[in-house]
Design a protein around this ligand. Sequence first.
Ligand SMILES: NC(=O)c1ccc[n+]([C@@H]2O[C@H](COP(=O)([O-])OP(=O)(O)OC[C@H]3O[C@@H](n4cnc5c(N)ncnc54)[C@H](O)[C@@H]3O)[C@@H](O)[C@H]2O)c1
Length: 291
Amino acid sequence: MSKFTGKTAVISGGAEGIGLSIAKALGEQKMNIVLTDINEENLQKATLELEANGVCVLPVVLDVAEEDQWQAVAEQAIARFGKIHMVVNNAGVGGESGSIESQNKKAWQWALDVNLMGVVYGAKVMVPLIKQHDEGGWVVNVASMAGMGGVPYSGAYTATKAAVVALSESWAGELESKGINVSVLCPAFVQTRIYDSERNRPAQYQSDMVNLDNENSFFNKAKEMVKNGIEVSIVGKRVVEALNDGEFYIFTHPNYHAVMKKRSSDIDAAFKKSSESPLLQHLVNQKIEML
Ligand SMILES: NC(=O)c1ccc[n+]([C@@H]2O[C@H](COP(=O)([O-])OP(=O)(O)OC[C@H]3O[C@@H](n4cnc5c(N)ncnc54)[C@H](O)[C@@H]3O)[C@@H](O)[C@H]2O)c1
C-alpha cells in the first residue's frame, strides 16, 4: 500500500499524452482517477484503457477554460468517490508560434485561457475540497522547461508556462501549512501531440488572420524536437517518483540543467552589477522582510 492508495486524483487533459501517462502511473498506485478532457472520443478510449488495467475511472468532459465546468467535475467526483485528494492541472495547448507582430489577440487569449486560467480554475475549485478533509493532498501543475526560461518565437506559450511556475511557487507557500503539497512539472520535449494543439482550438479562439509565421522554421524545429523527445510513459512514472519524494520542481530532463545554470549565473552577475552601482549602495546591506 502506498500513500496514494484509495485516494482520488482529478486530472485535466487526461485523454492522451502526459495527462494519460500520469493517470496510468497514479492508477498503478491504486488511486481513483477522475479523468477529464475536452475531447470526448479520446476520453472514452483512455477510460477503457485504464479500466482494462483495473483502475477505477470517472470520465468527465471538461474544457478547463470554463470555471463552471470545473464545478460540475467536482460535484460528480464527490458523488462517486466522496473525497478529492489531488488535482493535476495538465491540460495545455502549444498555441501559435511566431514573431511578436504575428501573434494576434485570439491566439494569445486561447493560450492564456487554457494554459493559465485552466490551472487557476482547477485549483480554485479543487483546493477547497482537498482542504475539507484532514488527509492532506497534492496540487500538481504542469508547466514546461519553457516556463523556466524564455523560448524565442513562442511568447504566449512561454508566458503562460512561466506564470504556472510562479503560481506554483506562490501556492506552495500558501498551502504548506494546510498539509497540501504543491509541485510543478517542467518537462522539456516529450513525444505527444502538443505540436498539433490546433485540433482542440474552440471556435471562439479561431482567427481570420492567417499566421504565416506558423509555417516558420522555428515551429517545424520544435515539432521535430517533440517527435524526438522522451517516451511519454516515463513522465507519469517520474511524477509518482517525485511526489513520493516531495519534490517541488519536477524535472524530466536532467540534461537541461546546463541551461538553468546559465540563467542563474546570469542573474548572479546582474545582482553583482547592481551591488556595484553608486545609486544603490544604501540597499546593499539592508535587511529584507519576506512575506
Ligand atoms: N509534450 C511536450 O514536449 C511538453 C513539454 C513541456 C510541457 N508540456 C505540457 O504538458 C501538458 C500536456 O500536453 P501534452 O504534451 O500531453 O499534449 P497533448 O496535445 O498530447 O495532450 C493535451 C491534452 O489536453 C487536452 N486539451 C486541450 N485543450 C483542452 C482544454 N481546453 N480543456 C481540457 N483539455 C484540453 C487535449 O485534448 C489532450 O488530451 C501541457 O500543459 C503541455 O504544455 C508538454
